[in-house]
Ligand binder design. Structure first.
Ligand code: KG4
Ligand code: ZN
Length: 323
């Protein structure tokens, strides 16, 4: 089954054509990174306007790259949330129009569930397993019974891990997005120079908290003006990743799928691999927001298409929505 997937939840306009959930026939991603970089973060109104300009050419390019035409597409999938309301509206309306015009089923996909699926794409799918989502907007640890059947084990009570990377980068006067910048600096720093640690949530050992870690960095910058910024970056990165590793160790995970933008981080990958468990990460092109994970997961949701009407949802936890 050939599905066209559309992703416009934040600042990436991305479209892919995927066959049977795993085989990527084409994948076109237009990043808006440069547009937002001067503001130090995503400006929602600018993001939705740019999506509007890019969505049509991106879809046409994806079809052309796959050497297919609209008639070959068997279903349209779109990320319907969570995300920025204006950005979601563009992708959803485009997908609805396309599905209606072509008389093809429309499949709504949860963006976070798709991040998790990105780690399964092209990889063995072995369940039960533990899922970890580490992105700019979410940090969750999930029990995966099978694709579509999940139980939330823990999530962040304040900032997402990627958000903490971005905010600490800002404190260090590094450009947006901050995650890759922190990783680059950390290569030349001592991860144990500062005893930073992420928060522990009383009675919820699998919950995450990163706001205190950010404050530790802020106070260190204030109290140690001569500190090496590489050491601060490395110590922050180590502490943020410690939080993920600690949870995986606590629940004695044996098979683990990790998805979301922070899986681009090689220090995270090395630390998870060092646990000696079966762990699966997305291909580099599937870590950040992308249309392929939307089209891929849609294959597993193909029997529950929405007949055209889909609403954008800025917040929608997939573990309860699909449980
Ligand atoms: O999954 P994603 O594209 O967007 C959301 O759905 O939130 O993730 C973007 C996040 C940003 O916070 C960015 O700083 C982070 O992923 N990120 C990284 C790295 N590359 C991207 N964080 C740490 N190390 C990286 N190499
Ligand atoms: Zn995302």
């Amino acid at each position: 089954m050939i599905i066209l997937g559309i992703e416009t939840t934040c600042d990436e306009t991305s479209v892919a054509v995927v066959e049977n959930g795993d085989k990527i026939l084409s994948h076109v991603t237009c990043s808006q990174e440069q547009l937002h970089a001067i503001y130090g973060g995503v400006v929602p109104e600018l993001a939705s306007r740019r999506h509007l300009e890019l969505i049509d050419p991106t879809v046409l390019q994806a079809l052309q790259d796959a050497h297919l035409s609209f008639k070959d597409i068997e279903a349209i999938a779109v990320a319907h949330g969570p995300g920025l309301i204006g950005s979601l509206l563009v992708g959803i309306n485009y997908a609805q129009g396309l599905a209606l015009g072509l008389n093809k089923p429309l499949i709504g996909i949860n963006h976070i569930e798709a991040h998790l699926y990105a780690a399964m794409m092209g990889n063995p799918k072995v369940f039960p397993a533990v899922g970890v989502v580490v992105s700019g907007g979410h940090t969750s640890i999930i029990e995966i019974e099978e694709i579509g059947k999940y139980q939330l084990l823990g999530q962040t009570i304040d900032d997402a891990i990627g958000e903490a990377f971005d905010k600490v980068a800002k404190m260090l006067s590094l450009p947006y997005p901050g995650g890759p910048e922190i990783e680059r600096l950390a290569l030349n720093g001592d991860p144990y120079r500062f005893a930073f640690h992420a928060g522990r949530v009383k009675d919820f050992p699998l919950s995450f908290s990163f706001s205190g870690l950010k404050t530790q960095v802020l106070y260190t910058l204030r109290d140690h003006p001569g500190a090496k910024i590489e050491d601060i970056a490395a110590s922050f990165q180590r502490a943020a990743i410690d939080a993920v590793i600690e949870k995986l160790t606590r629940i004695k995970a044996t098979t683990c799928y990790l998805g979301g933008g922070v899986t681009r981080n090689n220090y995270l990958r090395a630390r998870v691999h060092a646990l000696g468990i079966s762990c699966y990460f997305p291909e580099p092109s599937l870590c950040l927001d992308n249309g392929a994970m939307i089209a891929g997961l849609a294959y597993y949701k193909r029997n529950t298409p929405q007949r055209i009407s889909l609403k954008p949802q800025t917040r929608v936890p997939f573990f309860s929505a699909y449980a």
